[in-house]
Write a protein that binds this ligand. Structure first.
Ligand SMILES: Nc1ncnc2c1ncn2[C@@H]1O[C@H](COP(=O)(O)OP(=O)(O)OP(=O)(O)O)[C@@H](O)[C@H]1O
Length: 259
């Protein structure tokens, strides 16, 4: 279920503006990679290229390639909708459909993909997705209540359950804890540790402790100057990046000297 992501010589544009320049990196299956760096260096932009969400913005495009187990996501004839089914995404703010029930929220993506399942299969998928997101025990007695009746942290886990339900290969997370309290944040961090047993995970985070806690590999991005594109400065095991980085800019950023 988990696939290797290979980004090669990727340039990412918003019209004439190049936001990210010449990124090459690999995320191995069943690992978590953290994208870190100061505001505006293109972490979220890069993340969104990994499931072709970037191009939904008018005049936005990429050069280079992103491969999933060798298949170029930007190859001719590749359907972006199919890509987004393989590569799920969890956003900064939990975004369940507020009036839809908890159960329908989990199965929303599956229904959108026109997968018709028997009632028994639906129930099975509902339970396994909620268990996978560590939410089952908290909601099993109120599956018909609206998604908005849950706390912020529960809503974020509901969104993770919704992402898992379509059985993706990769899960992308864009600052998934930035709107959550510390307890909910820890619950999501624990969950990320479990998700990587089944999925390849890439996460954007501003929280250095979080990057250190949840990721196996860390990629540090920076801007040469304001208005210039973001570039990958250093990539390595999270242990190395946080204890003995090769680049001074990485060390300065990790130790809070800028950004
Ligand atoms: N929709 C857009 N149209 C034009 N430019 C954009 C758009 N979204 C982002 N940008 C620009 O692309 C660059 C990278 O932005 P991005 O949000 O990817 O950075 P980031 O590293 O994720 O920042 P942050 O940490 O603040 O979220 C910035 O210069 C930003 O202004």
């Amino acid at each position: 279920m988990s696939k290797r992501i290979e980004v090669e010589n990727l340039n990412v544009f918003y019209g004439d503006f190049k936001a990210v320049e010449d990124v090459t990196l690999t995320v191995e299956p069943r690992t978590v990679m953290a994208f870190i760096g100061p505001s505006g260096c293109g972490k979220s932009t890069l993340l969104r290229t990994l499931n072709r969400m970037h191009e939904v913005i008018p005049r936005a495009y990429v050069e280079g390639s992103v491969k999933l187990d060798g298949d170029d996501l930007y190859g001719p004839g590749v359907d972006p909708v199919r890509v987004r089914r393989q590569v799920g995404m969890v956003f900064q703010r939990p975004n369940p459909f507020p009036t839809m029930s908890i159960a329908d929220n989990v199965l929303a993506g599956v229904k959108l993909n026109n997968r018709r399942l028997s009632t028994a299969k639906n129930k099975e998928l509902l339970e396994s997705s909620l268990r996978g997101a560590n939410l089952w025990n908290e909601v099993k007695d109120r599956l018909d209540k609206p998604g908005s009746s849950l706390s912020g942290g529960q809503q974020q886990r509901l969104c993770i359950a919704r992402a898992i339900a379509v059985q993706p290969e990769v899960i992308l997370m864009d600052e998934p804890c930035s709107a959550l309290d510390p307890i909910s944040t820890l619950a999501i961090e624990d969950l990320i540790g479990e998700l990587k047993e089944h999925y390849t995970v890439a996460i954007v985070t501003h929280n250095m402790q979080q990057a250190a806690r949840v990721s196996d590999m860390t990629a540090f991005f920076n801007l040469a100057a304001q208005g210039k594109p973001g570039r990958l400065i250093e990539i390595g095991t999270t242990d190395k990046i946080f204890s003995n980085p090769d680049q001074k800019a990485t060390e300065d950023y990790i130790s809070g000297r800028f950004g």
